[in-house]
Design a protein around this ligand. Structure first.
Ligand SMILES: O=C(O)c1ccccc1NCC(=O)[C@H](O)[C@H](O)COP(=O)(O)O
Length: 207
């Protein structure tokens, strides 16, 4: 199966539409107000309404309350939840929606145990560990820390861009890749050219 591509952190309708036309599989919307890529409800609704069919919409949260998440779900057509904080497995599954659990990887991170704990997640998203940050850092991590076999689909993230993603796909063989900073012209501003180059690099790595 071809490697799926998720681009995270859209803030503008035109960027999301352009990226969808370039063949990405999923867009991420950041509902975390400390992120420079944070979107409000109205902004998210406008982006989602403009998407062509069959583009998965992923909503990102960092230690949000149940009420905050339910408010987003009630007002926006979200397909998948993505949890970037210390949310427990029970909390993640309590929304009865497909979800991804993000893990910030550093030496000693036990991905096998995490995969077992979040066994009903649609995938484990591995991101770089950066002190004080929850994601969207543009930093890579040591891919050899990822076990060759995991019981959950692996979504590789953290500092990917058009220059390193082909190598990442060949080495790690993830089910999907996820990128934010690496396809930007500025924080929250996606560059269609960089998205096109990123998609081309992923596809070339599979041929
Ligand atoms: O993008 C953000 O600003 C962000 C902030 C807080 C938590 C998560 C965030 N993004 C989540 C993502 O899925 C990013 O794509 C992922 O962290 C990789 O980011 P990058 O290294 O910039 O490609």
């Amino acid at each position: 199966m071809s490697v799926r591509i998720k681009v995270c952190g859209f803030t503008r309708v035109e960027d999301a539409v352009a990226a969808a036309r370039l063949g990405i599989d999923a867009i991420g919307l950041v509902f975390y107000d400390k992120s420079p890529r944070h979107v409000g409800i109205a902004q998210a609704q406008a982006i989602i309404a403009a998407l062509p069919p069959f583009v998965t919409v992923v909503a990102l949260f960092v230690n949000a309350t149940r009420e905050e998440i339910e408010a987003v779900l009630a007002q926006c057509a979200i397909d998948v939840l993505q949890f970037h904080g210390e949310e427990s497995p029970a909390f993640c599954r309590s929304f009865h929606r497909p979800y991804l659990k993000a893990v910030r990887v550093q030496p000693g991170t036990d991905l096998q145990t995490l995969a077992a704990q979040y066994h009903d997640a649609r995938g484990l998203l591995t991101d770089a560990f950066v002190e004080g940050a929850h994601g969207g850092t543009g930093k890579t991590f040591d891919w050899t820390l990822i076990p060759a076999q995991l019981p959950l689909p692996l979504i590789l993230s953290g500092g990917l861009d058009e220059h390193n993603v082909a190598d990442a796909v060949r080495r790690v063989r993830p089910a999907a890749v996820d990128v934010s900073s690496g396809v930007e012209a500025g924080k929250g501003i996606k560059s269609p050219q960089r998205v096109a180059d990123f998609v081309a690099a992923v596809r070339a790595a599979q041929n």
